[in-house]
Design a protein around this ligand. Structure first.
Ligand SMILES: Cc1ncc(COP(=O)(O)O)c(C=O)c1O
Length: 480
């Protein structure tokens, strides 16, 4: 029998997840008390609590204040099936659909289910803008210069301080401030790859990362991905044995668009495999702060003793997409990252960095994040209910435990590229599935963004989109 490499709490969490799956623990019911679980399983209260926190992160349990843990209400629709992309590297095509979607991102004419951008109304923009104005007023002329190549020290110190909370020991000097996570990904990839190389990615994956691969003339190898647990170490192992892979790009948690998060034991197994094959990992953690469970899932770099991980983050999903500030961090690859930064954009703009540094230092960020997490969790729950009511039979939906996007798998007959054009005609924007694959897969899937929060307009847009999808599916059935 293979040796079980899981931690005790992970094995315990799996045991409880199995009881939920087979119906022994019913949705909505109170979960067994931590004390009972610890006694029955002959383990400590701390291990039982760790197991419950993990189940909370995976959306299987819900913690209710002063009341304990409950089995989460099951979604009315099943989760998307695990994906099975082609096992060959693919050149990434330029997607006209993606450009069309971005074009409509800030057009108020459309119901905003398309781009994964938080609504400005939900962000603490007023406070941030005041800090920017203050920095400009007090020392504007002195700041009208280039930042140091790594970026402003005050911001790097704040980023490093926050990272310590989830076990990531980042030194401020190992951080390079970038123009959003997009530039962070581009710098990381150009630091460790050459044109023509192959990069392993989740499938589906964020279309912006695919476009960075395209710009750097890299090929994408899409890996099979599970809607809950992300890529399986065994699939990565097979891919690493089958061909040379120059780097691997993975979400730290709540992948865009599937919403999956790899369990920590799988993250460790992936790190061990990559270390064995000497392949650097680039992790994208833009959604990490939007966790619905009590604790932020730990990124790969917090588990990586070998220093092979390059970490990419940004403030775009929680605070300031318009400020375009992100960061990339790695001690081992720092010289190459700095070279790449210099060649790409020389330095990041000074005033937005100073405003963000002051915002973080002033202590309001955690309060803001708590509000945002509640709001997005509630929005996604209502959207999932709306989808269950309005979309055609056979629709499947993701159940992310963080972030603010949902992935829908529609009946195979529905081509979401056609649905996209129909929806735009009716003033509704969404992201067609095909943009999330280098190989043009997922033509029957789509992604919905809840970044604008729940309101009557979103509700109506969702209903109308469901009706359009239903009519499309019915017309295809009649045609066959
Ligand atoms: C997974 C992921 N990474 C990176 C980005 C880009 O982030 P930024 O706006 O900071 O460049 C996005 C934006 O949608 C994203 O979803």
């Amino acid at each position: 029998m293979p040796h079980d490499t899981r931690f005790r709490y992970e094995a315990l969490a799996e045991l409880i997840a199995a009881l939920v799956r087979d119906g022994t623990l019913a949705p909505g019911a109170r979960a067994p008390s931590l004390r009972d679980v610890a006694r029955q399983q002959r383990t400590s209260l701390t291990t039982a609590l760790q197991a419950y926190r993990l189940l909370e992160d995976r959306g299987i349990l819900q913690a209710r204040p002063q009341s304990g843990f409950y089995i989460a209400q099951a979604s009315a629709l099943p989760a998307p099936a695990p994906t099975r992309p082609r096992p060959q590297p693919t050149e990434v095509a330029l997607s006209g659909l993606m450009l069309a979607m971005l074009e409509h991102a800030s057009n108020p004419r459309y119901v905003p289910l398309g781009c994964a951008i938080p609504s400005p109304a939900l962000l603490d923009s007023g406070k941030l803008d005041r800090m920017l104005a203050r920095a400009a007023r007090l020392k504007g002329a002195a700041h009208n210069t280039y930042s140091p190549p790594r970026g402003e020290a005050a911001l790097r110190v704040e980023i490093a301080r926050r990272a310590l909370r989830w076990g990531q020991a980042l030194a401020p000097d190992d951080i390079v401030i970038t123009c959003g996570a997009t530039e962070a990904l581009a710098l990381a990839l150009s630091a460790v790859t050459q044109p023509g190389d192959t990069v392993a990615v989740e499938s589906p994956t964020y279309f912006g990362a695919l476009q960075v691969l395209r710009a750097l003339r890299l090929k994408a190898l899409e890996l099979p991905t599970d809607a809950h647990s992300g890529i399986a170490p065994a699939a990565l192992d097979a891919a690493l044995r089958a061909q040379p892979i120059a780097a691997c790009v993975l979400a730290s948690c709540f992948n865009n668009p599937l919403g999956c998060t790899m369990p920590e034991s799988n993250k460790r197994a992936v790190l061990a495999l990559l270390a064995q094959h000497r392949v650097p990992l680039i992790e994208d953690d833009v959604y990490g702060d939007i966790h619905f469970g009590a604790e932020r899932p730990r990124p790969f770099s917090a588990l990586d003793d070998d220093g092979q991980t390059i970490y990419c983050g940004s403030f775009s999903k929680t605070l300031a997409p318009g400020y375009r500030i992100g960061w990339v961090a790695s001690r081992r690859h720092l010289p190459r990252l700095l070279e790449a930064k210099f060649a790409a954009t020389l330095a990041a703009p000074v005033l937005p960095q100073l405003a963000l540094a002051e915002f973080l230092a002033s202590g309001g960020y955690d309060h803001h994040l708590r509000r945002l997490r509640r709001l997005f969790a509630d929005t996604l729950r209502r959207m999932a209910e709306g989808v269950a009511e309005a979309f055609p039979a056979g629709t499947r939906i993701s159940q992310p435990a963080g972030g603010f996007v949902l992935w829908l798998e529609l009946p195979k007959a529905v081509d979401t590229r056609v649905l996209f054009a129909q929806a735009l005609e009716e003033g509704i924007c969404f992201a067609p599935g095909v943009v999330f694959s280098a190989a043009g897969k997922y033509t029957h899937c789509l992604r919905l963004s809840g970044g604008h929060g729940w309101d009557a307009r979103l509700q109506q847009g969702l209903r109308r989109l469901g009706a359009l999808a239903g009519a499309y599916a019915a017309s295809r059935r009649t045609a066959q």
